[in-house]
Design a protein around this ligand. Structure first.
Ligand SMILES: Cc1ncc(COP(=O)(O)O)c(C=O)c1O
Length: 317
């Protein structure tokens, strides 16, 4: 009944370590005491009551939300509000504008669109190990990219020396005829829960520039950090906060963000691309469902939307 690729897709869900456990397998103190507890999903359900109450109190919808243009690649309001959030918390070297941001229905969707945009089937992404397991699927399944892992010990990924490990992996891949197009990092890191020091990010910038490969920095946990009080801990440094001059062409740098972790709202399925590369933006727009030049009727209406969605964020342009 299904195509070869359709069958392959159904098989992916059966890989137990990648996806949340089925209800049958899940631990329950009374009904399934020998079940398994999944640490595979980063979801904070403890705040759902507060979140529901807050949204129900504060959000009203205007009739324009039912139009195609309101939310295609995020529409206008959402990227502007998100730019305010990024400018407030990521300390970007140049303030981010709404027009630098595209929104898609989740980070995996965005990863796939980027995969189609930045590489051809048979090319590869480069990652350190261990890492969030979906990259292999999102960049590999339909776009057909290979995944190359640098031979890193866990904490080594955060040291400037990681650039040498990336170099070795790249040289070995190229010797096998595999072209690496994209290096992906997760900062703050999943699963290691650490942030990248600035000097390591700088070495990674230089590595990507040297080989002209794209750097995709998944910063979805940007605000999910806390001060443990231990000495020697590293605070979050966004790649957007480092002056790229002389280190990396800013057109090679793309940041991924979303609502699932810092806003505890994975059910909203929102992923954001922050990129100053107009060609990349154009290609991602063209492959996301629809594009639109829609604008809300009046400036005051625009302002009230941004305030309603994110009361704490005002765009700084
Ligand atoms: C590093 C990382 N990126 C992306 C995602 C997924 O984002 P989304 O909730 O948009 O599917 C996760 C979810 O666990 C993650 O850990």
């Amino acid at each position: 009944m299904l195509s070869t690729r359709g069958k392959k897709l159904t098989g992916m869900l059966d890989e137990p370590w990648r996806f949340p456990l089925s209800r049958v397998a899940m631990f329950n103190a009374t009904s399934n005491p020998s079940g398994l507890i999944s640490f595979g999903t980063a979801e904070n359900s403890l705040v759902y009551d507060e979140l529901t109450a807050y949204v129900n109190r504060n959000v009203q919808f205007d009739k324009s939300v039912w139009s195609y243009g309101y939310s295609s690649v995020g529409g206008k309001e959402f990227p502007a509000a998100m730019a305010g959030h990024i400018n407030k918390y990521f300390d970007p070297i140049v303030p981010v504008k709404g027009s630098d941001i595209l929104a898609t229905n989740s980070v995996p969707t965005l990863s796939e669109l980027l995969a189609f945009t930045l590489a051809d089937a048979g090319d590869a992404i480069l990652l350190s190990r261990p890492v969030y397991g979906r990259f292999e699927i999102d960049w590999g399944n339909r776009p057909g990219l290979k995944t190359i892992y640098a031979d890193t010990e866990a904490v080594e990924s955060f040291t400037p020396a990681v650039a040498r490990k990336y170099e070795e992996a790249l040289v070995a891949a190229e010797a096998r005829g595999v072209k690496i197009r994209v290096l992906i990092i997760v900062n703050p890191h999943n699963p290691l829960g650490r942030c990248y020091p600035r000097e390591t990010l700088i070495e990674i910038f230089k590595f990507c520039q040297k080989h002209q490969i794209h750097l995709v920095s998944d910063e979805i946990y940007a605000l999910s950090v806390f001060n443990s009080g231990e000495s020697g801990t590293v605070p979050f440094t966004s790649t957007l906060s480092i002056d790229p001059t002389g280190l990396i062409d800013e057109k090679l740098l793309h940041v991924i963000y979303g609502m699932s972790k810092d806003f505890s709202a994975p059910g909203l399925r929102i992923g954001c691309l922050i990129s100053k590369n107009p060609q990349v933006q154009k290609a991602v727009r063209s492959t996301s469902a629809l594009e639109s030049d829609w604008q809300p009727a009046t400036a005051s209406q625009r302002g009230s939307f941004a305030r309603t969605t994110f009361p704490i964020c005002q765009e700084r342009e």
